[in-house]
Design a protein around this ligand. Sequence first.
Ligand code: GLP
Length: 262
Amino acid sequence: MDVIIQTTAARAEWLAAALIAKALLTKPHLVLGLATGRTMEGVYGHLARLHREQALDFSRCRTFNLDEYIGLGSGHPGSYRHYMREMLFRHVNLMPENTHLPDGLAVDLSAECEAYEARIRACGGIDLQLLGIGSDGHIGFNEPLSALRSRTREKGLTRATREQNAAMFGGNPEDVPARAITMGVGTILDSRRCLLLAVGADKARILAKAVEGPITSMISASALQLHASCTVIVDEAAAAQLEGAEYYRWILANEPEWAEFR
Ligand code: GLP
C-alpha cells in the first residue's frame, strides 16, 4: 500500500483523477470501478474537464459501480445511478451500455447480485477500483462484520451510514433506504488496482485505523492492506492521525513512480 498525502482536498481529488486518466490512456478499454459520495464529486469534475478540454476518451471504457440502494429506481434523485449520471456519465463519452450499477429494483435480488459478478467477470475483471471510506470504515456498503471474502450481495445499512448519507435524502436518515446491493470485500480485492480517496478531518480517525490498524471485518477498508496494489490518497486533514506520515511523504518525494505527480 502507498499512502500519498496532498496538501489540500482539491489536490487529492486532482491526483485521483490524474491516475484514472493515466490508466485510461494506457488502456482505452479499461474496466473502471466507480464510487459515489461527496468525496468523488471533485474527481468526476476533473475527469469531465479532461474529456472536454483534452479529449480524454471514455468510448471503450467499461464501468462498474460499487453499490446501489435497494428500492430506488434510476429516476430517484437519491439513487446512485442518478448521482453517476449527473456527476460523470452525461459529461463524458461513456457508452450507456458500458456503465453498470446493480439494479436496486430487481425482483430477484440475489439473482441480480450473481449476475453483477458475472458481468464483471465477462469484462475480464476490474482494472482500477476507485473507493471512498464511510464513517464506519466501510468500502462500498460493506458494513462492519462484512466477510473479508464476501461477494456482491444485499446488505443492511447501519444507523451511522444512513446518517452520513442523509443529505441526499433531504436530511432525514429515516428516508435513506435501509438496504443496498454492494460489491463484496472479496469482489473489491479482486480488482487489479485499488485507489482509495479520503479528505477532511472527519475521516482522519477511521482512515488511520483502516490503513495502520489491524485487519478486521469491523472496518472493511482495513482489508485493503491485503491488496498487492493499493494507493490511498488523502489530504492533510484526513492524514492527521497517521503515525507513518513522515515516511509516506518521503515515498512521494523520492520514489520514481511518483515523480510526475509531485
Ligand atoms: C457511501 C458509499 C461509499 C462512500 C461513502 C463515503 O456510503 N456507499 O462508497 O465511500 O458513502 O461518502 P462521502 O464521500 O460522502 O464521505
